[in-house]
Design a protein around this ligand. Structure first.
Ligand code: GN1
Ligand code: MG
Length: 357
């Protein structure tokens, strides 16, 4: 938490004499997040990982996005996301000597977020917040935004990266992951199907959130706020719907070692589908509506590939707590994918009902 970069960045935003406490905060796998308490107030202080994000693109996107978020709040009286505080007019980030970006964000006191939930009302409300956020994003010009991570939700790219990781993996890791390698092969058709669909050009390119995990929604005073806008970029709603299915429908943590605990709960699928599509369905095209479940399968498959690739690469992308952590994460994704295939016809019925298809 300390170190030269931390100190130098910290003083850009805070008056050290007013600080009462600084501690790590949240469960992000990529960025470093701290809760900073000052006399009377608290803030989120965050370091955006320069090894993962194109920082210039990220800084560019935030400037545009914030302008519209603030205008939306002024006009509609609704805040979509906690405020990001400027260091100078229009400047939200401080770039340190290594190229990482630091920022200060409003902290909503007594707010709650959930890694997993048993409450379908929470799944509904979180999905509705993402739906409203997408309605807002639909009003912006996608062409103005840059990719903060090139080819992020791009299965062709992810499958290629996986093949490379597999080819370069040490023998002992290949042995440990033999069953998972087999399952990845078994589900390859998911990656091929979404790639084919994306390549037909039939999906509209929309500005997307691209990290719609349950814990990227903050509940505060009966309102749900969307956080983590680092991956807002050109994309497809299929992946945003999919990442909700991935993180809302299982009652087990993403890194739960007991594989039996990862299941696909149709009750939460129904809740999130109602919440998200209740506000968004009239803005979606027929192709989008027909492929929402493929989006869910695709992002879960992608996540399995990403975790397993990182395991083979020596755990260089995701923060890990033990050597097999990424392998354990990969297993939950593959189990969830299997469960979705089992529950598919019921899930399609739910989708058709909500979409009046
Ligand atoms: C990362 O750091 P966090 O939790 O916001 C990742 C997501 C993954 C997620 C898996 C930029 O998100 O794409 O879905 O981990 N973010 C990036 O839990 O790679
Ligand atoms: Mg994120």
């Amino acid at each position: 938490m300390t170190g030269v970069d931390f100190e130098k960045s910290f003083v850009q935003f805070f008056n050290a004499s007013e600080i009462s406490d600084v501690k790590p905060f949240g469960n992000g796998h990529i960025n470093d997040t701290y809760l900073v308490k000052t006399t009377g107030e608290a803030f989120i202080f965050q370091k955006v990982n320069q090894n993962v994000f194109d920082i210039a693109a990220l800084v560019h996107n935030y400037k545009i996005l914030n302008k519209f978020v603030e205008a939306y709040q002024r006009e509609m009286g609704i805040s979509l996301t906690p405020r990001i505080l400027t260091i100078e007019i229009g400047d939200y980030h401080f770039i340190d000597k290594d190229g990482a970006a630091w920022r200060k964000v409003e902290f909503l006191p007594e707010s709650k977020s959930y890694d997993i939930t048993t409450d379908t009302a929470i799944s509904f409300a979180a999905a509705e917040a993402y739906g409203k956020f997408q309605v807002f994003l639909n009003t912006l010009d996608v062409e103005q935004f840059q990719d903060t991570i090139p080819q992020f939700h791009h299965l062709e790219n992810r499958m290629k990266q996986f093949e490379e990781a597999l080819n370069n993996a040490p023998k002992n890791l290949l042995d440990n992951a033999a069953p998972e390698i087999g399952q990845v092969e078994k589900f390859k058709s998911v990656g091929i199907a979404i790639t084919h669909l994306l390549n037909t050009g039939k999906l509209p390119l929309r500005l997307s959130h691209y990290d719609t995990k349950l814990n990227n929604i903050i509940f505060h005073e009966s309102q749900a706020y969307v956080i983590d806008l680092d991956t807002v970029m050109q994309g497809s709603v299929l992946f945003d719907f999919g990442d909700m299915v991935r993180t809302f429908t299982s009652p087990a943590a993403e890194d739960e070692p007991d594989i039996e605990k990862t299941i696909f709960r149709l009750s939460h699928f129904e809740a999130l589908t109602n919440g998200y599509l209740g506000v968004l369905k009239n803005e979606l095209t027929a192709t989008e509506k027909q492929n929402l479940l493929l989006g869910a399968k695709a992002i879960i498959y992608e996540q399995a590939l990403r975790f397993l690739s990182d395991y083979f690469n020596g755990n260089i992308y995701y923060k890990t707590a033990y050597p097999e952590h990424n392998l354990v994460r990969c297993r939950t994704q593959l189990k969830l994918l299997e469960e979705i295939f089992i529950g598919e016809s019921k899930a399609v019925d739910i989708l058709n009902k909500v979409l009046n298809l």
